[in-house]
Design a binder for this molecule. Sequence first.
Ligand code: ZN
Length: 442
Amino acid sequence: MTTRFENGIVVTLGENNRVLWNSTVVTEGERIVAVGDSSAIQQRFPDAEVVDCSGKIILPGFICTHHHFYSTMARGMSIPGEPASNFVEILERLWWKVDMALDEEDITLSAQLPLIDCLRNGTTTVIDHHASPAMRDGSLDLIENAVRQAGIRASLCYEVSDRNVVGGGIAENKRFIKKVGKGDGQIAAMMGMHASFTLSDATIGECVGIAREVGVGCHIHVAEDSTDREDSFAKFKVPTVKRLEKLGVTGEKSIFVHCVHIDETEMDILAATRTSVVHNPESNMNNAVGVTPLLKLLQKGVLVGLGSDGMGSDMLAQMRCAYLLHRLANHNPRVAFLEAPQLLLQNNAEIAERQFGLRLGEIAEGRPADLAIIDYQPPTPLSEANFLGHLIFGLVDATVDTTVCKGKILMKGKQILSMDEARIASRSRELAPKMWKRLQEL
Ligand SMILES: [Zn+2]
């Protein structure tokens, strides 16, 4: 099917970003086949379906390079006793109970709801990190089904950790990685691992062996809190990134999430091994773990992307959070204006390309047809020269109207077309209290 998304302001992004007023994007099947002036395009594709984008801006779909769909049912839950006072208590009292309490239907619903949120926010590609120790085997298939139903792209993995059983989750990753193989452009797979402080050398070695055999990367939390660094020094006499490098976890397909507590030698290792880092500013602030040395990492040439860590699926909000956080943390109102958008718009596309083998994040002929079409009437002139000002101070609060992935319209006029949101949310409200009750008994 051929569709003209016409009369909008097209922002192409990519290496040579252009802002094109009164323009049209034409999609055919899963690809973009033309971009340009609306009247000229209309003559070239007279029979195409038409989606009027007047009063809207057309951007490439957004990418989230670290998410946790499984955290959905924790929303609004109360935990008896004193609130967690540090990062390890947050894991022990909250997340390691939430993941343990999930049953089969919870896993599906927990994925469907953030996927709907992705559609609402124009997020068309997600790299997820899943855990559900009581319902582990086959859990990635449940999430894959939800992703395919939603219609977006996702790279999935299961969080291996020695915390419940030694090497728990290795088999689920292995099974899923082999099933997905090189992927079909919609679903990809990684080797998931929790973090250095819950993994023995033997477990990491087994994970790396499988990842290397199949040619996938590892997706692991690194030095999120100072305890991960302290644990690595205490047990292995080296900092976290050094330990992981020695065990072969680094590499251009691998993702090291957070990297808050790392030193310059570790940054050099990340740059030399072309390992990606994913920054999650809202999550770091929420858990009060510290500030990722973002500017230093970028100066060192490390590829740093942007994730939500399960805080949400609105990537423009995460981008603005990064912008604000690093201005404050550096006490410098001159920084982060370029860097925060760079993480979301360029670096996430680079990281996604390493997972999916597709160049996403650009509106150009031949590129995948993933679009976020946003209600936006610029109050001041808008061009390539000042696009980032509009992005950070305007588009971040604008509403996504239409979301397209693989050429399919998944949300139009703010109506989700691929999933029944009311039914899914209602069922989740029914099951969540039961999940909370199981959790209290753990
Ligand atoms: Zn995470």
